[in-house]
Design a protein around this ligand. Sequence first.
Ligand code: MG
Length: 391
Amino acid sequence: MTRIERIEIFVTELPVRLKRTFSSGSYDTGAPDQLLGKPVLVKIHAGGVTGVAQIRAISPGHFVADTVHSMVAAIRDIYGPLLIGRRLADFEAHDALLTSRLAGNPAARAVLDIALHDALGKALGVPVHDLLGGRSNDTIPLEWSVSLYEDPQGMVDDALRATQEYGMKVICLKAAGNGGWRQDVRNFETVRKAVGPDVMIGVDPNTGWTVSDSILALHAMRDLDVGYCEQPVERRNLRGMAQIRAQAAGVPLMVDEALFTVQDAAQIIEAGAADVFCIKLYKVGGLLAARRMAALGQASDIGINSGGLAVASGLEAAAAAHFCASIPAGRTFGAAEFVFGAGVLGDDPLIADGNFVIKDGAVTVPTGPGLGMTLDEAALEQMTLGHCVVT
Ligand SMILES: [Mg+2]
């Protein structure tokens, strides 16, 4: 079996700057040339194949602890040297080894895990989803996460862009802004009127509501057809989540900030705190961890939602698409969030071939070897802000 020979780490420029607002912070990919907020791309060289993956640490301004600098340092100093010389396909053993030396760092773990899957897929001539149990779905429906705006019309404009321009059937409204939960209810009502009854609309306060806010808000929105409520309260408050769930009149409750590890998943199930897991590859540490959580979800009748915006990254979007393709349609919930890596912000200049095209609110899962995306080496050279090699 092929062995891992060399790992290259790149920090790359983004073609656009994205700023979005939610209750507990903001996404900002940062000014041009500023490293903080930019994605990390790795190449793993093994026996004549090169696995490639890209993940953007969403800090600063968000709950996940990784930054671009912590990702680079973890891979360059600890994870990379541990992986050199090991068999490419030993995903479980790699995971155990990395956990024993520098636990956590899910974004750094994720970019390595996805690049290893890409490399093995290329070595075997199969798409990544064939390494995850095969393809249950050819097309992946997408969801648009609608940012908070001072003027609710901004939310309506975003929502209509998603539904009318791209044909999306699922949107999610950020909530818990300055106006309190009552303003969130008014925002929801305004958007519901604009998009009509056939669009699933979720609400995501990003931990900004209290237990009583959540119960009052869901009660007030009872006639507005709330598709789901995502992580209303503080991430460790599983008891509160269970209380809300008991009084949600059937509105599915989704965990996001509460779910980083497979142990978190087990505790959430034990507490009866959720109907849906929001699985983001950068948050959970990659495809191997995502599959473990999906299995736990299956055992407890918990739906699987694929999160993560994949800002301007075809590679990050592709990894999520392969994960989604591997989950039987009946076990998925809502739609996948990687829309900002699927062409909404323009084509990803790093992808020479294989950029996504959104049609009727969905994309087709790539079927070429590995992630099914061809890296544009000239564009990578142009867009590289930093580079180092582990041998
Ligand atoms: Mg969320």
